[in-house]
Design a binder for this molecule. Structure first.
Ligand SMILES: N[C@@H](CCC(=O)N[C@@H](CS)C(=O)NCC(=O)O)C(=O)O
Length: 214
């Protein structure tokens, strides 16, 4: 059985957004049982035991039958490989789903994460008044292009895949802003992903893990 390592505690705003959530969501979509191990922020993060699981002292990490794996994208792909719910078996569909997984992390998360870091950690600092408009423009451009690629489809490749799971989870990072309001098809796409029963189960488990209601 998979053991997911996450944090024992994070600030309230981070609880629903933590990268461990996307792993829980993938596990729920794949209908795979898992157990949870927690580490504390601070010394335990940098302990030899935890660095052996996650070389940068971060979360999430998983362990399964002797395999130790870190990076939420690699973990999601590893889980997806065990379930047709997340990855089509047909080679071209599989490759496209993996492309969207990478796009979520490499082309969209890099933009939205910079905005989140500015807004959540540096909002009062003078330099943000110059940098934030550039970052917001970059995010808007990525959102516009993504909405165009989605077109009239329910999911990026028509059916739900691990690529949608990662893309929707990345779009959730913008929840402190109203940026998605300008992209109604993308907003509906994110909400469609969030309405999935597996998402709901994963969110309940994530929040309960931090002693909070979903
Ligand atoms: N690229 C990593 C990022 C992991 C990450 O940023 N984890 C955060 C929690 S959501 C963390 O551990 N932050 C504490 C730190 O970086 O020291 C992944 O996707 O797994």
């Amino acid at each position: 059985m998979i053991t997911l390592t996450t944090y024992e505690w994070v600030p309230d705003f981070a609880a629903p957004l933590m990268r461990a959530f996307r792993v829980r969501w993938a596990l729920e979509e794949a209908d795979l049982p898992y157990r949870v191990r927690t580490v504390t922020l601070g010394a335990e993060q940098r302990s030899p035991e935890h660095l052996a699981r996650q070389p940068f002292g971060q979360a999430p990490a998983i362990e399964e039958d002797g395999l130790v794996l870190f990076e939420s994208g690699a973990i999601a792909l590893h889980i997806a490989e065990q379930s047709e719910m997340l990855l089509p078996t047909e080679p071209a569909g599989r490759a496209r789903a993996i492309a969207w997984l990478f796009a979520a992390l490499n082309s969209v998360e890099i933009a939205v994460q910079e905005l989140a870091v500015i807004d959540l950690f540096h909002a009062e600092e003078a330099w943000t008044s110059e940098r934030r408009p550039q970052v917001e423009a970059f995010v808007r451009d990525r959102l516009a292009m993504l909405e165009k690629a989605l077109g009239g489809k329910d999911y990026l490749e028509g059916r739900f895949t691990v690529g949608d799971l990662m893309m929707a989870d990345v779009l959730r990072i913008l929840q402190h802003t109203d940026l998605l309001e300008a992209y109604p098809a993308l907003k509906a796409y994110k909400e469609r992903c969030e309405a999935r029963p597996a998402f709901q189960r994963a969110m309940k488990a994530q929040m309960e893990g931090f002693g909070m209601a979903a």
